[in-house]
Design a protein around this ligand. Structure first.
Ligand code: 3PG
Ligand code: MG
Length: 402
């Protein structure tokens, strides 16, 4: 995939053109209110720029996973309203993404005006990447901009199909996300470290296998580290683990050694008998976990050692928490190391890129998200990139004709 072939919309004269922007408005909503506006905030600068340059902007997105046809609970209406607030201007909401209602709304837009169309997934053609559906979407625009890196792992009509029908360009958020990942994985300042945490090793094995070819140090934490400890014959008591994957863990360790990638595992742990708030807990070496206890976080020695590793590195990729951070006090290990990473970043010693799944929530809880060099808005797409997989949305854009 030729990433250098991505064509930025910034270079194009968009004045008076109808520009379809594929955003990712798939944000958490509770009782009709957006509870985390990060993805919207990150989309705003690109939309503002298009408006300022006189484009007539038609925003499209999926929202949730509607099963069959329109589902009022998954309407983009409240999300469009929130986007309007962030933009500081009214946004028209259009109750369908294709057909006469969508086309006439797009045609009626004046330069600098924005409309948000209803959830793409209300039509089966979206997820099927149906060329006919893509053509119907295309009737609302003269140009197509993909600014939804976080949906680029889906080969859908709005992420792939449209690139076959309209002149296609990359939006600024798309480019920013790709650049951040390339900074860490393709042209990093060395030495580089990847921190991979989270509960389940099964979902992360392909990532670990890819990363050991890319980074100098691999830091493993979270529940998934337990399977690695198990693979070393360590008794981990009642801790969460996936014994079936002990062989895979072994393979990762052997391949890392072969590659000269140092693997850092927890050496002490915060343990408790049960996973619940307020449960009595203690710090023990990982070699001394009682049989009736479970590992819920890394201990202070591990944090100190991992901090030392970060001090020796210039670049850090962070994915996943080091412990069960949702329940106090089992987030302390994650928070402490995240603060160290933030401190090194602010001091100019470390480039820090984080993303994928629970990661941003953990860094937000640590209060340091703003101090990292880059926080991705992507979950699944970020993880697939870390696996070394080609993202269909990015590949389609790279191949598309402008
Ligand atoms: C996400 O939130 O990861 C993206 O918006 C993609 O959503 P999906 O997993 O429902 O395709
Ligand atoms: Mg997802």
């Amino acid at each position: 995939m030729e990433l250098d072939h991505l064509k930025p919309i910034a270079d194009v004269d968009v004045a008076n053109k109808r520009v379809i922007v594929r955003g990712d408005l798939n944000v958490p909503v509770k009782d009709g209110k957006v509870t985390d506006t990060t993805r919207l905030e990150r989309l705003v600068p690109g939309l503002r720029d298009l408006c300022a340059r006189g484009a007539r902007v038609v925003v499209i997105s999926h929202f949730g996973r509607p099963k069959e046809g329109p589902d009022p609970a998954l309407s983009l209406r409240p999300v469009a309203a929130e986007l309007g607030k962030l933009l500081g201007r009214p946004i028209q909401f259009v109750p369908d993404c294709i057909g006469p209602v969508a086309e006439s709304a797009a045609n009626a837009l004046g330069p600098g005006e924005i409309a948000v169309l209803e959830n793409l997934r209300f039509h089966a053609g979206e997820e099927k990447n149906d060329p006919e559906f893509a053509k119907k979407l295309a009737r609302c625009g003269d140009l197509y901009v993909d600014d939804a890196f976080s949906a680029a792992h889906r080969a859908h009509a709005s992420t792939v199909g449209l690139t076959h029908v309209l002149p296609s360009y990359a939006g600024p958020l798309m480019l920013e996300e790709i650049n951040a990942l390339r900074t860490v994985l393709e042209q990093p300042q060395r030495p580089t470290a990847a921190l991979v945490g989270g509960a389940k090793v099964s979902t992360k094995i392909p990532i670990l296998k890819h990363l050991i070819n890319k980074v100098d140090k691999l830091i493993i934490g979270g529940g998934m580290a337990n399977t690695f400890l198990l693979s070393h014959g360590v008794d981990i008591g009642k801790s969460l683990a996936e014994p079936d994957l002990v062989g895979e863990a072994h393979d990762v360790m052997a391949a890392a050694k072969h590659r000269g990638c140092a693997v850092v595992l927890p050496e002490d742990a915060v343990i408790a008998r049960e996973f619940r708030s307020g449960e009595a807990h203690a710090v023990v070496p990982t070699l001394a976990v009682p049989s009736n206890a479970m590992i819920l976080d890394v201990g202070p020695k591990t944090v100190a050692h991992m901090t030392q590793v970060l001090k020796e590195c210039r670049t850090l990729l962070w994915n996943g928490p080091l412990g069960a951070f949702e329940i106090p006090p089992f987030g302390e290990g994650t928070f402490a190391l995240a603060r160290e990473a933030a401190r090194l970043t602010k001091a100019g010693f470390l480039v820090t890129v984080a993303g994928g799944g629970d990661t941003v929530a953990a860094l937000n809880a640590a209060g340091v998200a703003d101090d990292f060099s880059y926080i991705s808005t992507a979950g699944g797409a970020f993880l697939e990139w870390l696996e070394g997989r080609e993202l269909p949305g990015v590949a389609a854009l790279a191949r598309a004709q402008a």
